[in-house]
Structure formats: structure tokens, C-alpha cells
Design a protein around this ligand. Structure first.
Ligand SMILES: [Mn+2]
Length: 384
């Protein structure tokens, strides 16, 4: 008897057969004459089985070793269906404290490298989001973002979202028929073009916002003589509310604990249509209580989930621009997201990972990648 799944039995036998035929006569451990006698086909045959099960620490260019598409090339758009796309937004020129989130997409992808199609079955959900059974998930790479002009950069991110949203879904039950996008930040300003693009297809969005900070701050600081300095990683939700992108009274912060700039900020936040679960509430209502509050607030309409890694305690995720001690654990946020599987998440992002502040163990990158795995699982299990 073998404990191997029966579906893999045939492949296993093929590999054994291969080993019997090749390992006794090693391809590269022979005379120069014998080596040069090998055909190109024999070289392909030799590497073939390893390609199906490559080491997780190799080829780290995509989130969780997903298929990489050059999504912004027009020739690709016609031929490749997409249900859910990861895309990097390497932008950090609207950050107010420590910079470095432009390296976030790379840090998150590196942190995700132990996840893959052949290493991705969820213990909690008995589900593999990478197996392609319910959704074709790809990594579109990074948007080419200029670090020199935020007006251009944010427009570039919005154009990239527009292009990805024009792809045809593989799963034709999606309504409307538009791929969903998960953006790897980048500082939190990248959420503004992502929300604008999502609004075009889904209408007003219920925002579920994990963060230490409310990010509805009134744009009144940072070079007041420049209109564009008003658009930054602390003001984008204020701007989105002004633009009519947000739903009325259906938006929710989760994990708030960072200082306000003044005593009027909480009232202004409510004017922008937000309620909140403060960070310390979890001590009295628990993970389940947080889940119930979020579900009751954001309702059954289209939800945009924006996750600032600084909502996780710096003990677990230190590599971020504006770290706030006293936050939720990585286990708590994973359990909260997993409990939100009834939500209709139409778009998501994970922002503010600045890998140069990470530990040598790459803990922030790994936590970020795991949170995205949980978000992706919820998105696939809850079609929209
Ligand atoms: Mn924040």
C-alpha cells in the first residue's frame, strides 16, 4: 500500500521509470564523448519531471510561482483569460514617514515563494487556490511607475488596472465579466487608482480597511502650495469619498490604533462613511466578534479590501513605513480574513511593506504573502 493519492500514482510510476533508465547512466557524469552524444531531446526529457515539481526557492519572480503574464502588452490581452490577477505597484513617493514601499512587490513575492500550485493546499479550508479549478490566477508583474511625478505615477497605475480589467475571465459566471485585481503595494496611495478602476465596473464600493491609521485625514498639510501634495498615503480615502467612490455608511476600518492628528479626525472619518473596530476591541469581543462587526457593516454589496501591513504588530511585521506597536497578531488577522468568506470582494490590495526594514528571516514578507493567500482563498470561494 502507498499513501500517495491515486491520481498521482501514474506520474509517480513515470518518474520511477525515468530514474531507472537515467540515474544508472547519469547524463552529466560520463565521458565528454558520451555527453556530446546526448541528443537535445534527451536533455528535455531529463529536466522534464523536475519542471513539474521545482524547488520552492527557485524562480521567485511571481507571487506563489503563479503563471507570469506580460499583461500590458496588447498582443497578450487577446489570448490569455484571467479571473484574478496580482499586479505590483512599486510606488512610495507619497509616503509621509519612512520610505521604501516601492520595494514592497518584490519583498512580498519573495515572501510568497514557499507557496505554489504544488504546495498550496489549505489546512483550514481543504482548498488549493492555485490549482486553477475555480479560477485562473496569474501575476501580471509590476506596473511601470515613475518615481518622479505622482500625477503621472498614479495615472500609470490606473491605466494598468484598466488594461487588466479588459481581459476576459476564464470563469464565465463572473458578473460583470471582469477580472478581479489584487495589488501589491506600494505605499497606501496606490489604493486610490485601484478603487477608481474598480468603481468603473462595480459602482460604489464598501471599503474594508485593515490599518493602524484611518487614512481619511483632511488634506491640509505637506506643501500646501501644491494641490498634488494633498494626494498622499494618509488622505486617499478622504479624496475617494469626495469623488463618490465609497458606499454610504458601509465602510469599515479594522485594527485602528495610530494617533490622530487632532481631536476632529474621528468625527471627520465618520463623515467619510466609515465605522471602525479599534485594535484593542479584540481583547473584549475576540476574533469572532471582529468578524461579526465587519460583516454587519460592509453588507452584501461589492467590497474592496485594503490591507495595510502596519495593522499587524511590528513584532510580526516590522518592515513598514509607519509601524505602530500594540497591533493584532498575524494569527488573528489570518483568522479574521478567513472568517469573511461570505463577502463579495471585487478587489484587494496589500500595502506599505518596506522590505529594507525587515529581519533577515524576511518575516514581514512572509506574513504579507500569507495574508494574501487568505484573501485570495476568500475571493475564489466567494464568486462575484
Ligand atoms: Mn497605516
Amino acid at each position: 500500500m502507498t499513501c500517495m493519492a491515486s491520481g498521482k500514482q501514474h506520474k509517480h510510476e513515470a518518474i520511477l521509470h525515468f530514474e531507472q533508465n537515467h540515474l544508472d547512466r547519469p547524463f552529466f557524469l560520463q565521458s565528454a564523448q558520451e555527453a556530446t552524444n546526448k541528443t537535445l531531446q534527451e536533455a528535455f526529457d531529463y529536466l522534464g519531471p523536475a519542471l513539474e515539481n521545482p524547488p520552492l526557492y527557485s524562480d521567485t519572480g511571481a507571487y506563489a510561482h503563479l503563471p507570469q503574464l506580460k499583461c500590458f502588452e496588447q498582443s497578450v490581452q487577446a489570448s490569455e483569460p484571467i479571473d484574478i490577477a496580482f499586479v505590483g505597484a512599486p510606488f512610495d513617493t507619497a509616503t509621509t514617514y519612512r520610505p521604501g514601499a516601492r520595494f514592497g512587490p518584490t519583498g512580498i513575492r519573495l515572501g510568497s515563494r514557499r507557496l505554489a500550485k504544488h504546495s498550496g493546499h489549505s489546512v483550514e479550508n481543504d482548498f488549493n487556490p492555485f490549482d486553477g479549478q475555480y479560477a485562473r490566477v496569474v501575476d501580471c508583474g509590476d506596473v511601470p511607475v515613475t518615481p518622479m511625478d505622482n500625477r503621472v505615477a498614479l495615472t500609470q497605475i490606473q491605466a494598468a488596472h484598466q488594461i487588466i480589467a479588459s481581459y476576459t475571465p476564464a470563469n464565465t459566471t463572473t458578473t460583470p465579466k471582469v477580472p478581479r485585481i489584487i495589488t501589491l503595494g506600494g505605499d497606501h496611495t496606490i489604493t486610490l487608482p485601484a478603487m477608481r478602476a474598480a468603481y468603473k465596473h462595480w459602482g460604489p464600493l464598501s471599503i474594508l480597511h485593515f490599518d493602524s491609521h484611518v487614512d481619511t485625514f483632511r488634506p491640509r498639510i505637506h506643501a500646501p502650495e501644491s494641490r498634488y501634495s494633498r494626494v498622499n498615503h494618509g488622505t486617499y480615502f478622504h479624496i475617494a469619498h469626495d469623488e463618490g467612490i465609497l458606499g454610504d455608511e458601509t465602510n469599515m476600518h479594522a485594527g485602528i490604533k495610530g494617533v490622530y492628528l487632532d481631536s476632529g479626525d474621528e468625527a471627520h472619518d465618520r463623515k467619510c462613511g466609515f465605522d471602525m473596530v479599534k485594535c484593542r476591541e479584540i481583547d473584549s469581543i475576540g476574533v469572532q466578534g471582529v468578524i461579526e462587526k465587519i460583516k454587519a457593516r460592509v453588507g452584501t454589496g461589492p467590497v474592496y479590501l485594503s490591507f495595510d501591513i502596519d495593522s499587524v504588530d511590528p513584532a510580526f511585521a516590522p518592515a513598514t513605513g509607519t509601524a505602530e506597536p500594540g497591533g493584532w497578531t498575524s494569527r488573528e488577522v489570518l483568522a479574521i480574513i478567513s472568517g469573511l468568506s461570505s463577502l463579495k470582494i471585487v478587489g484587494a490590495d496589500l500595502v506599505e511593506v518596506a522590505p529594507m526594514y525587515d529581519t533577515a528571516a524576511e518575516q514581514t514578507g512572509q506574513v504579507a504573502a500569507e495574508i494574501l493567500y487568505e484573501i485570495l482563498t476568500v475571493m475564489i470561494r466567494s464568486p462575484v
